[in-house]
Design a protein around this ligand. Structure first.
Ligand SMILES: Cc1ncc(COP(=O)(O)O)c(C=O)c1O
Length: 514
């Protein structure tokens, strides 16, 4: 009986499959649709079963003043424990994270975060500490932060570091505020900031928020900025140039030293967006290339959890000239004692409540200590090797606009697939059917229909090969059965969305169907 039912369902299922596209897809068995919690449950259902009270029951209304009591929660679901556990477990399974699989999101560095760092962050001596605890009782964490600042200064070749900013973009804001403060202290009111066309969008916003006019610098046909171009645009009205190195095409800005000299000659500052430091550790010190100020994304390079615009950490490193403007408090050491110095008259002020996101800083500190100098260099070497391996194996199948060795990420486009009317978006969506998180798409803007892949150093050769083989198979599909890509994804709970509508008119509130 059961067998017959199964074969009937199977037959029905096949009838419903419009073409062989769907029949190629195996059911994962994980995507089980279910009503929302608000649509489940029943009167009197509870999440616990306890023995009868052995004390007299008391009416809450007699104990708590009526104005403090809610009248009721209309429509609030009454559920059993298993209803709730299943619901949230399933939601967590519909999510995709770096702990579930390959996550090659270019410009975001979704590398695996070692669990050891999580364990350390949960030690009660760290997790239970109170921000108002006096300095004498906080010497351990002060020492940790002081040392982390020194490590980051050493890795980047800079003089001082602040750990306060909560994200990369927040670090940019902090750094550029220091540039502005320093120029003002010199009595200069410059108006412009140079930003290459390959920059991360946050660089443009930062320069504007700090009240500078952003002036775009066109990159050369090699995908990097050329000193001659900078020399043409640099003048005494330019406060700084903001250069990302390696840039968002995954290419090393090899003229940075020369560019820094041009900018310095006219009295400007060199801001380096050091978010991609994961490609440089132990190989290049950005400070040696004339950089005056830079930020680091701990979540990209030092393997701390990502948080949308925070709660992360985007420490900022500066050369001596900018040190007086660092945010307060600054951690200092006198003899064996660590303390917060608040007495810094030229400081730009406080950038973050207390001292930044300590839990994140702690994870980065543990990451640096466990790897050591040699291990950090290896991280960068592996990140660069993995990206170049992937680029080399895929470049016959996907168009590579800048065909030269890359750093930690590489950028393809859909140009080869265009004749089959398959786009970058289709390629990204089809990867979901194969169980991979898609890469970053349509960024950087300087490349039309970009497909930006960052494999990171934590992927094994087998893992990389699985992804590469899938991409090659998809290039074949684009030629032979392009609908497979155009109609992807088929194997997930939510198919292709109208992304414009989803962004413009998001449904954020559930309402009961009448
Ligand atoms: C090059 C670059 N700059 C800046 C940022 C902004 O960092 P955040 O997202 O932490 O604000 C990123 C983010 O990944 C980045 O890749």
């Amino acid at each position: 009986m059961l067998l017959t039912l199964c074969s009937m369902l199977h037959a029905l299922c096949h009838e419903n499959m419009a073409d062989d596209m769907v029949s190629k897809l195996k059911d994962t068995g994980l995507i089980q649709d279910e009503p929302l919690l608000f649509e489940q449950g029943g009167e009197g259902r509870k999440g616990y079963s306890l023995p009868r009270w052995d004390v007299e029951e008391v009416e809450v209304r007699n104990l708590i003043s009526p104005h403090l009591l809610r009248k009721g929660l209309e429509g609030f679901p009454q559920l059993s424990e298993v209803d709730v556990v299943r619901h949230f477990t399933r939601l967590s399974q519909w999510n995709y994270g770096v702990d579930s699989g390959f996550y090659p999101l270019g410009s975001c560095t979704m590398k695996y975060n070692p669990k050891l760092n999580e364990e350390l962050a949960r030690l009660p001596g760290f997790s239970a500490i109170h921000p108002y605890q006096p300095e004498e009782l906080s010497q351990g964490i002060l020492k940790l932060m002081y040392e982390l600042e020194r490590f980051l200064a050493e890795i980047t070749g800079m003089d001082h570091v602040t750990l306060q900013p909560a994200a990369g973009a927040h670090g940019e804001l902090t750094g550029m505020k220091m540039v502005r403060a320093c120029l003002e202290a010199r009595g200069e009111r410059r108006k412009k900031v140079l930003v290459p066309d390959t920059a991360h969008g946050t660089n443009c916003s930062t320069s504007t928020i700090v009240s500078y006019q952003m002036v775009e610098v066109k990159s050369s046909e090699k995908g990097i900025i050329h000193p001659e171009q900078v020399a043409r645009q640099m003048d005494e009205d330019v406060a700084a140039i903001m250069v990302t190195n390696p840039n968002t095409l995954g290419l090393f800005e090899e003229h940075l030293g020369e560019i820094a000299e041009i900018v310095h000659r006219k009295g400007g500052f060199v801001y380096c967006d050091g978010a991609n430091l994961n490609a440089l550790m132990g190989i290049v010190k950005l400070g040696d290339l004339g950089v005056d100020v830079l930020h680091i994304n701990l979540h990209k390079t030092f393997s701390t959890p990502h948080g949308g615009g925070g709660p992360g950490a985007g420490p900022v490193a500066v050369k001596k000239e900018l040190a007086p403007f660092l945010p307060i408090p600054v951690i200092e050491k006198e003899g064996e004692k660590y303390f917060f110095n608040q007495d810094r008259p030229d400081s730009i002020g406080k950038m973050r409540a207390f001292y930044g996101n300590f839990g994140v800083l702690l994870r980065a500190y543990a990451y640096i200590l466990t790897l050591g100098a040699h291990g950090l260099r290896k991280v960068s070497e592996m990140a660069v090797l993995n990206a170049n391996y992937l680029m080399k194996r895929l470049k016959d199948y996907y168009y590579l606009p800048y065909d030269r060795p890359c750093m930690h990420e590489c950028v393809f486009t859909d140009r080869f697939q265009e004749e089959h009317h398959v786009t970058t978006l289709d390629i990204a969506k089809r990867l979901i059917d194969y169980g991979f998180h898609p890469p970053t798409i349509y960024f950087p803007l300087v490349v039309k229909a970009a497909l930006m892949i960052e494999p990171t150093e934590t992927e094994s050769k087998e893992g990389l090969d699985r992804f590469i083989d899938t991409m090659i198979e998809m290039a074949r599909e684009a030629e032979e059965s392009p609908d497979l890509l155009r109609q992807a994804p088929q194997r997930v709970k939510v198919r292709r969305l109208d992304e414009v509508l989803a962004a413009r008119r998001p449904k954020l509130k559930w309402t009961r169907k009448e």
